[in-house]
Write a protein that binds this ligand. Structure first.
Ligand code: SAH
Length: 339
């Protein structure tokens, strides 16, 4: 599929044609990665951040929130929950802060998780902390790293990240992670102010060129406490998000694709299921201690995230089975093969 064809899909509202896109994406998903839905427990380790990302509610410039970093025991308790639910991986996510999360301390956390949950994959989503930190954490036992490029358009990237050295550095970080031996995930927000169809089509093509193991996409959700929260979003809607998931599945057949919390935030009723039936094969339930979740407000009112992990897990596993899918067993490693 070329750029023009991708753009055509992104722009169409022809329902009969879209039915064929959904069917094909679902068939490729089933053939290439199977019916299992892999679950990854998300731990929001810290909302401290030094960056000024123009879209993100926990950016350094937002002085209206109180900042926290979980203690080791709190992280381990969250991991224990994910382990008890049988999740294949735990994702440690945070703002970008070497003060709040010193490299060595994170390495110790990783080693402790390794000891207690040797069967689980450890996934990090801690921002661009530099090659040295990436290496230290890999040696400590981390398996995967999530770092969204946010946009494949360097100009738009600059607008999204005003004080960042630039898009090439984000790309270089993704390459470093791959060379160090992580399974690497990236992705974009959909419909940020100023984004064009051509930008989004180029994003999808770039997922393939980068040979990613995981691709996460979700709608941009304006946060009032941020510079971008007051601008007009473009196509940050559910249909565009579902098309992006489906097209990603067609271009990167074996990649792991989450049906994201941001998608569920704009469709509480069935966002997770819709993503799963149009190409996605992963869900990342929140296992952060409940008292911290409201403080990790990267965008307003994150869906379901205030529900107790036990309740959410029980309902989710039921819903997965009701769709005729199974709950993933084991780590759910990347099965990508590009060549
Ligand atoms: N500090 C880490 C984790 C960021 S939060 C990092 O920089 O990688 C994870 C993702 O949430 C981000 O990569 C971004 O794509 C998404 N996100 C942040 N703010 C958002 C918003 N307002 N709407 C939708 N998604 C958002």
């Amino acid at each position: 599929m070329n750029r023009a064809e991708i753009i055509h899909w992104l722009r169409t509202s022809d329902e009969a044609a879209l039915e064929s896109l959904w069917r094909e994406a679902d068939a490729v998903r089933r053939r290439e990665v199977g019916d299992a839905v892999h679950l990854r427990g998300l731990v929001e380790v810290s909302n401290q951040c030094v960056r000024q990302c123009a879209y993100c509610g926990i950016r350094a410039g937002n002085r209206t929130i109180s900042r926290y970093t979980l203690r080791l025991e709190e992280i381990l308790a969250s991991v224990a929950l994910a382990q008890q639910f049988g999740y294949g991986s735990v994702v440690l996510q945070a703002g970008e802060t070497s003060q709040g999360l010193p490299t060595e301390w994170v390495a110790e956390v990783i080693r402790e998780i390794r000891r207690r949950a040797p069967e689980m994959a450890i996934t990090l989503s801690l921002g661009e902390r530099g090659e040295k930190a990436f290496e230290t954490w890999r040696l400590a036992g981390a398996d995967r790293y999530l770092l969204r490029m946010e946009s494949s358009n360097p100009t738009l990237f600059r607008k999204l990240h005003p004080q960042h050295p630039g898009w090439e550095f984000r790309l270089a970080a993704l390459k470093q992670l791959q060379e160090i031996g992580y399974e690497v995930g990236s992705g974009v927000m959909i419909g940020v102010p100023g984004e064009t169809w051509d930008d989004l089509a180029a994003d999808i093509e770039m997922f393939r060129t980068l040979e990613l193991d995981m691709v996460g996409v979700g709608p941009f959700l304006p946060h009032p406490q941020t510079p971008m929260g007051v601008e007009k979003p473009t196509f940050n809607d559910e249909l565009t998000t579902l098309k992006t998931i489906a097209l990603t599945r067609l271009l990167c057949p074996r990649v792991n694709i989450p049906s994201t919390t941001a998608l569920a935030a704009i469709d509480r009723e069935s966002g997770h299921e819709r993503g799963l039936s149009r190409g996605a094969n992963v869900i990342m339930p929140n296992v952060t201690p409940p008292q911290y979740r409201q403080l990790y407000e990267i965008y307003p009112s994150k869906a379901n995230t205030l529900e107790a992990a036990e309740t959410f897990d029980r309902k989710l596993q039921e819903r997965i089975r009701a769709m005729g899918r199974s709950v993933g067993v084991g780590r759910g490693n990347s099965r990508r093969k590009y060549k």
